[in-house]
Design a protein around this ligand. Structure first.
Ligand code: PAF
Length: 284
């Protein structure tokens, strides 16, 4: 595996592969790789001839009081994990390579509406930062395929909309969330949790499962279920940001009769913000 730090180096490495008809997959990440990321890379390696992973802690998607400075940066460990997973190129640019004229001068890519809901309400500007950097990474790498994890459900939906609206010729593939044995979705931010907080954290997935069970048992009073789930999170020691039962098609609040649903949630444990989700098909 080669690690490249500049756009010019990556473009020149990939152009030869592209000319010889090789299929290129991109796995965008912010590093501090866990089994969830590695699964994305392994799937990329089975689906494409050339796998590129990017590691860039994107300042544009962090709010002023968020964890940009403390976000874990573990390049050496990440390099060996990527190599073992079958990655061909690691693209690890610095801020100046991605935002040469500074962040204030950067042209932005914004998906309206969807970016303002749920996580976008609590983290204004976050999704605009994500779509801007992902669009840049797509233009830099020009992959045939890009792979994202389903833990970031709203992000995935927004990226699909951006690709469709801007006619970006890349296929978006998603991969199921990888979980710890106790159900906690793997996330780089889990590393911030104290031992006590880590013991409480699985309550997030547990609450989602209980809400799914209630829906499966015929309770379709979705607003009431959301309130109950938030109470359950509080009782377990989390501070709920939101629990929303929404339609998979447009992420708008589910109503009685809607069938393809997803429950989205975010909650704080101390200063750590965790997210999770659970898809559910409503058959009754
Ligand atoms: O999901 C992430 O790690 C980031 O939001 C992404 C997609 C790499 C963009 O910075």
């Amino acid at each position: 595996m080669q690690t490249l730090h500049t756009i010019a180096e990556l473009r020149s490495a990939l152009s030869a592969h592209r000319k010889s008809g090789k299929k290129i997959a991109l796995v965008p990440t912010m590093g501090n790789l866990h089994r969830g990321h590695i699964k994305l890379v392994e799937i990329a390696a089975t689906e494409a001839d050339i796998v590129v992973a990017s590691i860039f802690v994107n300042p544009l998607q962090f709010g002023p009081n968020e964890d940009l400075d403390s976000y874990p940066r573990t390049l050496l460990e990440d390099q060996s994990k990527l190599q073992a997973a079958g990655c061909d190129y690691l693209f690890a640019p610095n801020n100046n390579e991605i935002y040469p004229e500074g962040r204030d001068q950067q042209t932005l890519v914004e998906v309206p509406m969807l970016s303002d809901l749920y996580c976008g309400t609590t983290r204004p500007g976050h999704f605009c930062g994500v779509t801007t950097v992902v669009c840049k990474l797509f233009n830099i790498c020009q992959p045939d395929l890009a792979i994202f994890g389903e833990k970031d459900y709203q992000q995935l939906r927004i990226i699909r909309k951006m690709v469709s609206d801007l006619c970006i010729p890349v296929e978006i593939r998603s991969v199921a969330t990888v979980r710890a044995e106790d159900g906690l979705a793997l996330s780089s931010r889990n590393g911030y949790l104290s031992d006590d907080e880590r013991a409480v954290a699985p309550a997030l997935q547990h609450t989602l499962r209980q809400t799914c069970l209630a829906i499966n048992q015929g309770n379709h009073d979705f607003r009431d279920l959301e309130a109950q789930a938030e109470n359950q999170l509080s009782a377990a020691g989390l501070t709920p940001d939101y629990v929303r039962i929404v339609r998979r098609s447009d992420l708008l609040p589910a109503q009685r009769g809607d069938k393809s649903l997803v429950i989205l949630t975010a909650a704080y444990l101390g200063v750590t913000r965790l997210i999770d989700n659970c898809e559910i098909d409503c058959n009754s």
